[in-house]
Design a protein. Sequence first.
Length: 474
Amino acid sequence: MKPLELDRKIAALRGPFEAALAALVNIPSVSADPAHAADTSRCAAAAAAMLTAIGAKAEIVETAGHPVVVGMLPSDPSHPTVTIYNHLDVQPAEASTWKSRAPFVFRKIGQRYEGRGTTDDKGPALTALFAARLAREAGIPLNIRFIWELEEEIGSPHFAAFIRAERSRLATDSIVVSDTIWIARDRPAVPYGLRGLQTFSFTLQTHAKEIHSGLTGGVARNPIGELCALVADCYDAKSGRVKIPGFYDHVRPVTAAERAEYRQSGFETARYKKAHEIGSIRPHLKNDADVMCAIMAKPTFEVHGIVGGYCGPGIKTIVPHRAEVKISTRLVPDQDPKKIARLVQDFVRTKNPDVRVAATQTLAPFLGAREGPYADAARAAMKAAFGQTPAFVREGGSIGAVVTMQQAFRVPITFLGLSLPEHGYHAPNENFDWGQASGGMKMFVHYFSEIGKLPRAARVGDQTPGQRGLRRSG
């Protein structure tokens, strides 16, 4: 398809795209809230109908939780297959924090679309859908499958079981994920890595009930104070440096080539701080590349909450009897969550054997390829659509479904996200825009065309040793 013809076809799809996005955004598919279970199922039905409308064979696959929507455009066994993964569930939204006071009502404001899910991830999912329609019309020799999950925002608790059950019939030559974010509007980004995650709760109970501090203070143990001391033993809050022996033993160093690309990515610390409303950053981070490396390629230890004692108005002079600290570690290649969990548990035992450590959510890091035919196809497609060669970067977050699919299919996984920092991932006034949607359709069509030309040998086994599997507990 010639560029001008493709541009005309994309422009003609603007109305249908906006109507489809409005239909999905107006459904509050909040997977975390049982009150929205029916809405989540309704979203799956609407999505399946949209797949059917472009000529795909669509079905809703039930799981022990929320369903998964699977679609397949008419296929030819002689052609390669690409699987497009997106999620259609969304974060909760507090109406009082939104300008519109209606987060689940689609609003079009000029080129911009506002509403929960517009950028994470309904807008990018529909962008890929409409691009697949164009690819089919253009006769690109590629089979295109869709997997749309409805539990990503709660950690994909049933996705691995779904993949295990459906693995044989979902066989694919490659996977593309459109659920990532650029560094800046003027510089496209293709992530090739995600951090993993290991979460913990530290719990300490020192007596049966809260007690009078005047009668027992100075004698009775204070579980909040002891847990605070334990956290200080685990890491330096000012620098973020983890003190647990062995924690950094298997961290893969950032190469000179990676660091150079980070510097050229368009990342600016000042803009990053403004976008994420960060008042200040740790003083040892001296330049933009250091900040990027800390976000994308270095592990963390974070305290998310302390529970215990009296939290009402004024002061209640008691010694609490029980306290809990909620902790997570973001992990990078080649850290193993199981080993990190053991390190933390053993370390806590040496410091305070009365503390009970529960290792909860577990997700391994992911590292894909920066070079090779699929990376080259992503570079070419981004440049054709947006006029800029993308920066290859890592993302600091995690997508559990990605690691599950890598473990199951062992095929190349490419990230072609379209969201921007100003789009407000998980934030009030979340939005998307036609510039990213129309450019994204053009990008996907070019990408489909490029990978459809690849010889068979280039389509399989193009993975790096840094990719690992998923495991969840508790």
